[in-house]
Design a protein around this ligand. Structure first.
Ligand code: FEO
Ligand code: CA
Ligand code: CA
Length: 642
């Protein structure tokens, strides 16, 4: 064991215990993502931090971590410093939102005014850009005084508090720049913008205008107010940002049993809509399914918007299906279809891939704007022998017909989960981020956990009956590094890493590191519950976790190579204050800044606004704990991690 986490040279071999960890593909089928078998030295030379659990954040020596944006920070002149008890809905709309999650850093080209997004992106400016940040959900018991616990707060908040919550959800676009004092937001930048639970947006793609999307407010079925449950996302090379609608069901109240249309009752139950959910519907009636039974069908989509045009209207992409979207990340190669990968973050749900009908043209942004509205969505089947298949969700093909209740392609998209299950997709252990490493062209699936699988439902892709620690799969499209075919109907796959403590006595907690793997890690190198992922410019994988407190230490970030002798050998880089998870790891194009979102700090039993577990990051008795974005960089200005 490496007892000194600051000493990267003293690494030791974990002994592998038990055989439960050995499930995976056999050697004969091993795909070839690990093409650099020999020779490459560890490029992650930072001093590893220890696994701890306290009220602070932790990062390696030689780094700085600027607190860049906090809930309530003003995004426009005219707003005072944050005084939460004086907050109004109107003021919240001009301030950074709550529970920050996904982050996209979108560069601003120096001295170019009103350029199109793809021009800005090509500048790779790593000192000035737009930070695009999701705000996943609100926690009224930690936002407002007077609520005793989480349950009473979600059940009975006031009209004013509901309106503040709706204004604190969605997304923030904030210009930021790096000066001699580190990273700062540019207050009153013309780019600064809030997208909230009430922002007008279009509905695009095959379900637009369908009867099941029509409401009293919108008889056309093509216009919707707001986005919620914004978890992870993606970005496009034509300069737009994609944000996911994940746990939207909790915002709707009502009893699905009372819905006349039996199909909609099943649909609403599937997304956890019930009478006891939060009480937004008392004041904003469309969130009550007894008033607007179709309103939930207008959520659960991916949303695309142009952060470089503050007047642009976001749109929901029904072509990417409707489920609890974690995010969608793209693989774009010139004059080829765009491929996007995503996950449905629920127990027993599926991994998806979209292939555009038209080709990506790097210099034709207006044509690219249509790429994600037309194409085919597929769900993944992971066979036990290490082969995999993409199953197309096309109306009229296979079981997706009127005999099974699908009237048209809109039905297939609105009921994506049901369609994918009928096709025989593999139920997974809560798919979170699915992202491709540009360095080796292989795709990685974060599977965070699933306690409900049971020993009767094991398969090679999900090998644990009670998966409390999660795991990471590697998808290998056909072809060779640099030229893999992500639009192929088939792929190969293998386990990359099983989360958990390799030395734990309890088999459910014990993990091992994937086939090519690596037991040569320090005692702080293991983690559980992978959620978000990013790749640095050298191709190292950075995994953010959500659930490690159950194992006795903070959630945080772990970095590792995906190729070479240290493939799947994690090192611990960052740790959260108690109650929080890390989200949205995002590198600046030069790899010298790492942005991370610290979500729900002090989220713990009996922790409330009036009596919080702690008050990170301000530690000011007048302020509650605040979800915040950090910018991390090396004091000597070199690349993060190296
Ligand atoms: Fe919002 Fe899947 O974590
Ligand atoms: Ca997530
Ligand atoms: Ca999460």
């Amino acid at each position: 064991m490496n007892d000194n986490p600051k000493d990267p040279t003293r690494r030791s071999l974990f002994k592998i215990l038990g055989s439960a960890t050995a499930v995976g593909v056999t050697g004969s089928l091993l795909p070839s993502c690990n093409t650099e078998k020999n020779g490459k030295q560890q490029s992650l030379t930072f001093n590893e931090i220890p696994q701890t659990l306290d009220f602070a954040h932790h990062f390696p020596v030689g780094y700085r971590a600027d607190i860049l944006l906090r809930w309530g920070d003003p995004l426009h002149h005219g707003e005072n410093n944050f005084e939460p008890e004086k907050l109004t809905p109107k003021s919240q709309q001009r301030r950074f939102g709550y529970n920050n999650d996904f982050i996209a850093f979108m560069p601003l080209a120096p001295e170019v005014l009103s350029a199109q997004g793809h021009i800005h992106l090509r500048s790779k400016n790593s000192h000035r850009g737009l930070l695009c940040v999701n705000h996943e959900y609100t926690q009224p018991h930690l936002m407002f005084s007077g609520y005793n616990n989480e349950y009473s707060a979600t059940q009975g908040v006031t009209a004013d508090h509901v309106a503040i919550e709706q204004a604190a959800c969605g997304h923030s676009i904030v210009e930021i720049e790096k000066g001699k004092d580190g990273w700062q937001p540019v207050t009153d930048s013309p780019y600064n913008r809030r997208i909230t639970a009430t922002t007008a947006m279009e509905i695009a793609g095959p379900a637009a205008g369908d009867a099941r999307l029509k409401t009293h407010q919108d008889p056309s079925g093509t216009e919707v107010l707001g986005t919620i449950g914004n978890c992870a996302g993606g970005k496009t090379p034509w300069g737009t940002v994609l944000i996911a609608e994940e746990g939207f069901g909790g915002a709707f109240q009502g009893n699905p049993e009372l819905i006349e249309d039996a199909r909609e009752a099943v649909n609403h139950r599937l997304f956890g809509i019930k009478a006891e959910n939060r009480n937004w519907g008392d004041y904003d009636r469309r969130f009550d399914i007894q008033v607007e039974p179709n309103e939930p069908n207008r959520f659960g989509w991916m949303v695309e918007f142009d952060p470089y045009d503050p007047q642009s209207k976001p749109r929901k992409l029904t072509s990417l299906g409707r489920f609890e979207h974690e995010g969608f990340t793209l693989v774009c190669k010139p004059e080829q279809p765009v491929v996007a990968y995503g996950g449905d973050d629920d127990e027993g749900q599926f991994v998806y891939r979209f292939v555009s009908q038209h080709h990506y043209q790097p210099d034709n942004p207006s044509a690219n704007w249509q790429l994600l509205t037309e194409g085919t969505l597929y769900a993944a089947r992971f066979a036990d022998d290490g082969n995999g298949q993409w199953l197309p969700l096309i109306y009229g093909q296979g079981p997706l017909t009127a005999a099974n209740g699908f009237r048209n392609q809109a039905d297939v998209m609105i009921d994506t989960r049901r369609a994918a299950a009928m096709l025989g997709a593999t139920p997974m252990d809560r798919p979170e981020d699915v992202e491709t490493n540009p360095h080796n062209d292989c795709t990685y699936v974060m599977l965070t956990k699933n306690k409900k699988r049971g020993s009767d439902n094991l398969d090679a892709a999900n090998p644990r009956a009670r998966n409390i620690a999660g795991h990471i799969l590697e998808i290998v499209p056909p072809g060779v590094k640099g030229n893999r075919d992500h639009s192929s109907a088939s792929f190969q796959w293998q386990q990359f890493l099983l989360g958990g403590n390799p030395n734990a006595e309890n088999p459910a907690e014990r993990g091992a590191y994937g086939q090519q793997s690596h037991y040569d890690i320090s005692s702080h190198g293991w983690f559980a519950n992978p959620d978000n992922v990013a790749f640095d410019p050298k191709g190292n994988m950075w995994v953010a976790t959500d659930g490690c407190e159950r194992f006795g230490f903070h959630d945080g970030l772990w970095a590792m190579a995906t190729e070479g002798p240290l493939r799947a050998a994690p090192k611990h880089f960052f740790g959260c204050p108690r109650g929080a998870e890390v989200c949205g790891p995002e590198f600046s194009p030069d790899g010298k800044t790492l942005f991370i979102a610290i979500q729900h700090p002090a989220d713990a039993r009996n922790s409330t606004y009036d009596q919080p577990l702690h008050r990170w990051p301000d530690n000011d008795p007048k302020l509650p704990p605040r979800p915040s974005v950090l910018a991390i960089y090396r004091e000597d200005g070199k690349e993060v991690g190296s």
